[in-house]
Write a new protein. Structure first.
Length: 126
């Protein structure tokens, strides 16, 4: 397998979340989104989000739930984006298609360097 010289990370959100993302100057994890309740459309599957918030923890960071982390993906076209495109998953409340979905791209090395300099925890999960 050929590894890219500068691997990228990706995150998706509904465009109507952009004002709060810009105002806060960050992407929030699901736990913080739940606390803040910003205006905008939730495009994920509620049962998966709930499981990440209450059940799934990171062995590399004891006590930290997956939902306490902002999810980034190595694939520009995530499974969630495909489910949105299909629009037929029974647990997906959002049915607005891919048009209003915005894609954030970050450089993996720059993200890890920033997190290390800020003393922020980061992890990779399956």
């Amino acid at each position: 397998m050929i590894l890219p010289a500068r691997p990228k990370l990706y995150h998706i959100a509904h465009v109507d979340r952009l004002p709060s993302i810009v105002a806060d100057a960050c992407l929030w994890c699901d736990a913080e989104v739940s606390r803040r309740a910003p205006a905008g459309t939730m495009i994920g599957i509620s049962s998966i989000k709930q499981r990440r918030l209450s059940e799934l923890t990171l062995s590399s960071h004891p006590g930290l739930h997956v939902g306490d982390c902002v999810p980034f993906y190595f694939c520009a076209r995530s499974v969630m984006l495909y489910l949105i495109h299909q629009g037929n998953h029974p647990e997906l409340a959002y049915r607005g298609g891919q048009g209003p979905i915005i894609h954030f791209e970050a450089d993996l090395g720059a993200v890890v360097d920033w997190a290390d300099r800020q003393g922020r925890r980061w992890a990779f999960t399956l």
